[in-house]
Design a protein around this ligand. Structure first.
Ligand SMILES: *[C@@H]1O[C@H](CO)[C@@H](O)[C@H](O)[C@H]1NC(C)=O
Ligand SMILES: *[C@@H]1O[C@H](CO)[C@@H](O)[C@H](O)[C@H]1NC(C)=O
Ligand SMILES: [Zn+2]
Ligand SMILES: [Zn+2]
Length: 302
């Protein structure tokens, strides 16, 4: 059974498969929408007269953020909470900084809203830290309508660390740089692709196994010839060699198929061309070749 044989009825299957593959290709997720870009944060602050700077891949860019480098002094929302949902929120921006980034906590309102509040106050970028209890987990935020300002999310622990430093009066600056791209959908897509391939193979296999076997004309002819050959073999003479037969003379030929000399009690088949061989040797040979191994005469033609 050949899986790739194209018969008129398998066109139906191939066109169905073709349509399915096109559907899968079209449903391939759009890479810009789903790719995740990490953000490298270079955090610099001064303790005593030591400048400390730490670099880490600690954030991810929001889905609607420009993928750009941005830097500045970090400023907190003033007032009793850090969520910057109130449009009147003021930020404690240090006077010496010409460029500043707003550090805001997640929650209270949408990402879009708090990012817009910071942007309207003149922030050059927005860093949002995750809910308490989420450790350093981050995800790409959705914040439609704020496409002109860089927005990244960092983990809650990192955010609290920065918050406490700034609340203690430490001057913190951060450089946000584009990190690496992750494609979480890729592994998902590979899994679907493998499932699809497995299903295709199973489908083809079942299809071939269950299809009513209607032999086409060439297989029918081949079968007919095979039956004729079997019949012709059956009509060829069989002999049992006995002591004294001239075939047992050691100077005579041995069987050309097994190279063994003939012995008494051997069953030989004699072909129409008078050549003979062990029955056990010549029968399978004739079924496969139809001709005498010595003179090539065709057993169907004589
Ligand atoms: C981080 O920023 C500081 C200040 O701009 C700079 O001196 C330092 O080299 C940066 N560190 C890295 C690893 O880029
Ligand atoms: C922000 O500052 C302005 C001007 O100093 C002030 O009028 C306003 O009430 C402040 N907003 C908040 C939420 O405190
Ligand atoms: Zn033989
Ligand atoms: Zn022969």
């Amino acid at each position: 059974m050949s899986l790739l044989r194209i018969t008129p009825s398998s066109h139906l299957v191939s066109s169905r498969l073709l349509r399915l593959s096109i559907f899968l290709l079209l449903s391939l997720p759009d890479s810009r929408g789903k790719a995740i870009w990490t953000a490298h944060l270079n955090i610099t602050f001064q303790v005593g007269n030591r400048i400390i700077s730490e670099l880490g891949e600690s954030g991810v860019y929001g889905n609607h953020s420009p993928l750009e480098r941005v830097s500045g002094a970090v400023a907190l929302p003033e007032g009793w909470n850090q969520n910057a949902c109130n449009p009147m929120t003021n930020f404690s921006r240090p006077e010496q900084a010409e460029s500043w980034l707003a550090l805001i906590e997640r929650g209270g309102c949408t990402f879009t809203r708090k990012i817009n509040v910071a942007a309207e106050k003149g922030a050059n970028g927005v860093i949002i830290y995750n809910y308490p209890g989420t450790g350093n987990k981050v995800f790409p935020m959705s914040h439609q309508g704020t496409e002109n300002i860089v927005a990244v999310m960092i983990g809650n622990l990192k955010g609290m660390e920065l918050l406490h430093l700034i609340q203690k009066g430490v001057y913190v600056t951060i450089i946000i740089e584009v990190g690496r791209m992750h494609m979480p959908w890729l592994s998902h897509y590979v899994i679907s692709l493998c499932t699809f391939l497995a299903a295709t193979v199973a489908y083809l296999f079942l299809y071939c196994a269950w299809r009513p076997r209607v032999p086409n004309s060439s297989t029918r002819r081949r079968r007919q010839i095979k039956a004729d050959v079997k019949k012709a073999i059956g009509q060829l003479q069989l002999r049992v060699l006995k002591e004294g037969d001239k075939e047992l003379d050691p100077n005579e030929d041995s069987c050309v198929i097994c190279f063994d000399i003939y012995k008494p009690q051997d069953v030989v088949r004699v072909l129409n061309c008078r050549h003979f061989f062990h029955k056990a040797c010549i029968d399978p040979w004739l079924l496969a070749n139809r001709t005498c191994p010595m003179c090539k005469c065709d057993i169907l033609k004589t």
